[in-house]
Design a binder for this molecule. Structure first.
Ligand code: SF4
Length: 429
């Protein structure tokens, strides 16, 4: 029997356990599953994973948000389908739950004590090192803060989690160094609200102070920042980013909408003028860049005028990737109590228009003669191809490209062969 469990940030017992590696391995008996309860699609993904693990005869320990979500609902609020699945989970003897009162004290030792599974204590093989499961692709995520102090009305994260909790700058710098030592070249900084990193620890947002420290790490590496909440982002900060050498000019700014009454109902405090100033600055000042945003459509109260305004904005603004989320009520979210829900027939009409705009804006893959990372191979007999990720594109979010072996101009790797994670330069027509 073997189980591996890995731990974020060394010996600090206050941070989240990530996941067991290779849960489908025949030798793995116990699986600790970090669940998400954010929206219904995430909860159904959790159910599917549980089903898969049960089919592999694993003993499952459930942690975090999925549990908290269900704890916060009374069964009358539950959707019938979810209610049924959840009851089956509760009744299954091979599924165990971590109590919320234990959440602040999670450590490997405590987990073992709490669960006290038969034979588990004697046969534990664990490492204090965090698993870098994406290291072979040369990138990895680094969560610099957990949870969120905002109260966006469509979001249940503040209801199912706590106030923001940041990692100290010193620990992040150390973790970055560990990641670089493990061969990672691109570190993706994430948090629920990355821009407010540090408010809990330092009394003010400290993202840019953190970046200044990271910039000092002399190594062949770069970092990307995801989820730059726009309200406190300033032109002065963007000016700083222009000077930072390790920063990948990737701007992931979740705007959610452009209609000011909608933003207000979402409980998000910025306006069109601010958004346009930021986007204009980026457009004028970064020759090489990638701009991504999220939009929620059909939010309660979205009028025809709001929708037209949004369409015009999307048509006129140069985004490289726009993620559209279709609004639906989540029982714990405050927005579900808002009036003026957009009706089905209006949604269908708006959907057609939006589809056309997004299709017309279908952005081609960017090639600025920089490097591409090999993600995986397709060994078709006559026509072997490689799936690559341009360095500007975020892994698992933006598009990849497919190239023929014969088109490769240069390989940058320790050896001369191409492998997953190799940096390549190739010819594009
Ligand atoms: S900033 Fe993100 S995590 Fe925080 S409340 Fe808003 S949507 Fe949720």
């Amino acid at each position: 029997m073997l189980w591996n469990i890995f731990y974020l940030s060394g010996n600090n017992p206050n941070y989240e356990i990530n996941y067991s590696i290779d849960p489908y391995d025949q030798d793995v008996k116990y699986v600790f599953l970090n669940t998400c309860g954010f929206i219904s699609s995430a909860r159904y993904e959790m159910f599917e994973t549980i089903e898969l693990l049960l089919s592999k005869h694993k003993i499952i320990y459930l942690l975090w948000c999925g549990l908290y979500y269900f704890e916060n609902l009374d069964t009358s609020q539950m959707d019938e389908k979810e209610k049924k699945i959840w009851k089956n989970i509760l009744d299954n003897k091979n599924i165990h739950f971590l109590s919320r009162s234990d959440w602040n004290n999670i450590s490997i030792e405590n987990l073992i004590d709490w669960y006290d599974a038969e034979g588990l204590k004697e046969s534990v093989l664990y490492s204090w090192v965090r698993a870098y499961t994406n290291a072979k692709y040369k990138f990895e995520y680094l969560k610099i803060a957990e949870w969120c102090n905002n109260k966006c009305t469509f979001c249940i994260i503040p209801k199912i989690r706590w106030k923001q909790k940041s990692l100290p700058i010193k620990e992040i710098v150390q973790e970055v160094q560990n990641m670089l030592n493990a061969g990672i070249e691109e570190i993706i900084l994430i948090a629920q609200d990355t821009n407010r990193y540090g408010v809990d620890l330092y009394g003010k947002a400290m993202l840019f102070e953190l970046l200044e420290q990271l910039e000092k790490i002399e190594w062949d590496w770069m970092y990307r920042i995801l989820y730059l909440y726009p309200d406190i982002l300033t032109l002065r900060q963007l000016e700083k980013l222009k000077k930072f050498k390790k920063f990948i000019p990737y701007f992931d700014i979740p705007l959610q909408h452009i209609g000011e009454n909608i933003l207000k109902n979402m409980w998000r405090f910025y306006d069109q003028k601010h958004i346009k100033n930021l986007l204009n600055f980026i457009e004028k000042n970064f020759e090489t860049k990638f701009v991504r945003t999220n939009i929620i459509v059909w939010f309660p109260g979205e009028t025809e005028e709001n929708f037209q305004e949004l369409c015009e904005f999307l048509e006129k603004t140069t985004f490289d990737n726009v993620a559209i989320f279709e609004y639906h009520d989540e029982v714990l979210a405050d927005s579900s109590k808002l009036e003026n829900k957009v009706d089905e027939s209006t949604i269908r009409k708006r959907f057609q228009k939006l589809k056309k705009i997004l299709k017309a804006k279908n952005v081609s893959i960017k090639n600025d003669n920089n490097f591409w990372y090999v993600m995986w191979f397709k060994w078709r007999e006559k026509d072997p191809t490689i799936i690559v990720r341009p360095w500007l594109h975020a892994p698992e979010i933006d598009s990849y490209d497919e190239i023929k072996l014969g088109d490769i101009l240069e390989i940058h790797w320790d050896d001369d062969w191409i492998d997953i994670g190799s940096k390549i330069l190739y010819r594009r027509e």
